[in-house]
Design a protein around this ligand. Structure first.
Ligand SMILES: NC(=O)c1ccc[n+]([C@@H]2O[C@H](COP(=O)([O-])OP(=O)(O)OC[C@H]3O[C@@H](n4cnc5c(N)ncnc54)[C@H](O)[C@@H]3O)[C@@H](O)[C@H]2O)c1
Length: 136
């Protein structure tokens, strides 16, 4: 990923958090500003995969191409610590096929991110392929 793409992504996330803060706190602007500032303060952006060396959870959401995903996970497998949980946002590939290039036998997780979920009063519950785990 280029630095320009990273900056574009960071800007989109900042706008999204700000929009959510406004929606959640409405006229309580101080609380909304605090929420936005604290949330964004928890984020750092980097194109360096070396930054995953202290990461507990990787959520991969790159292009839907298994060769490209394999290259990424092969690198992550070398860089990230053994306890790191790898997940993929894939919509059509098998999690087992993606994780086959790693040395991690389990857990193999799929995740599904639904942008509008934060606007709902309740969250749906769904099964994660291959694991039997559930997520909200
Ligand atoms: N589960 C769902 O509901 C759902 C919905 C939409 C997309 N997806 C999945 O999310 C993933 C991304 O989808 P999208 O529509 O954003 O794809 P996209 O092709 O629009 O964007 C992919 C991004 O990945 C970047 N990229 C490519 N190779 C990379 C690499 N090696 N390292 C870092 N970044 C890289 C590209 O520059 C691009 O910005 C896909 O796996 C897709 O199937 C899931």
């Amino acid at each position: 990923m280029s630095d320009a793409t990273l900056q574009k992504t960071a800007t989109a996330i900042q706008k999204s958090v700000a929009r959510f803060g406004k929606s959640k706190f409405k006229t309580e602007t101080d609380k909304g500003d605090k929420y936005v500032s604290e949330t964004l303060g928890n984020l750092t952006f980097s194109t360096d995969l070396g930054s995953t060396k202290e990461t507990d959870l990787v959520i991969e959401a790159i292009v839907e191409d298994i060769k490209v995903k394999h290259e990424l996970f092969k690198t992550l497998d070398k860089v990230a610590p053994a306890h790191t949980i790898f997940t993929s946002n894939t919509s059509s590939l098998l999690i087992g096929d993606i994780s086959a290039v790693t040395n991690i036998p389990c857990p193999r997780l799929g995740v599904e991110w639904i942008g509008w979920i934060s606007w709902l009063p309740r969250a749906p519950l769904g099964p994660i392929f291959m694991t039997g785990l559930y997520f909200v």
